[in-house]
Design a protein around this ligand. Sequence first.
Ligand SMILES: [Zn+2]
Length: 337
Amino acid sequence: MRAPGKCPRLIQITFQKGIYLPEIDLWLDPPHSRQKAFISHAHSDHVGRHREVICTRLTQNLMNLRNAAGRRTQFSDLEYGQTLQLSGFELTALSAGHIMGSAMLHVRRIRDGASLLYTGDYKLRAGLTGQPAELKEADTLIMETTFGLRKYVFPTAAEVTRMIGDFVSKTFTEGGVPILLGYSLGKAQEIVAALRGIQNPVMLHPHIEKVSALLAPHLGPMPEIRAWDECNPRGHVLVLPPHVPQIQSLKEKFKCKVAMVSGWGLDPSAKYRYRTDEVFPLSDHADYPQLIETVERVKPKIIYTVHGFTREFAADLRAKGLDARALGQEEQLDLSL
Ligand SMILES: [Zn+2]
């Protein structure tokens, strides 16, 4: 197998407490504060207080809303399909389909056309909100593999929407209050979109309401939203982030049924782990077939896997004759290729 990174045509990458492109002096979603970084999306494990940040305007607005940028951070907007020239390279943002504002980064070295695609978090399946992902061929593919095991095959968004609708109807019929749990940014908006066909109004926890208000112009038609009032939840569908203290008190005072919304719902033990009545597998990540499809469509010469089942997925790709390498946590500490 060709030694990874030795081919002179490939764009140089180093992995040292983050992914770094030395030819452009650019970090990709670095976990520590850096001079210049591309931020793929506004989830807390991808943002940081860097001096210069390249991201979409929506990601910038979400970072500012959550106070996740440094006071002196300088932002460069890069919208889907737009290209920025930097140190002899072209940087193009592509929709990642993960959450609102999420972007992949396609990098092309102008002098010889060598290319790289960094996916960040992504999914290919059309979500209920936001734009679908767009892929582009590249010599080097750095991809997330959160659900990189064969057993992770998600149902369609329409199927999960039906499951959520059935859960809500059954809970009301039994005289209870349905509670749906999802992270404030991304999943909560998908949950609310899944409730579009529900007759009852929806109450959003204030953390979710704050994010949803910023995203409202991009979300399309929504069910009726009422102001949060945890003393009078009857007749409403409640959407809360996981782990907020109100969940327990609501369960004690009212006849609540609680469902987590997460891709990990595919694991049979998920509802015991989350201590909920149900878990619905609506994910904002790619499942295994989508990960394979990504490799087939990008046609890379070399693949690096990050996040989740990196080793397992890279091994599956090697079994197909591809040059794939896992980038695990310990490798990120000090690995230069
Ligand atoms: Zn994310």
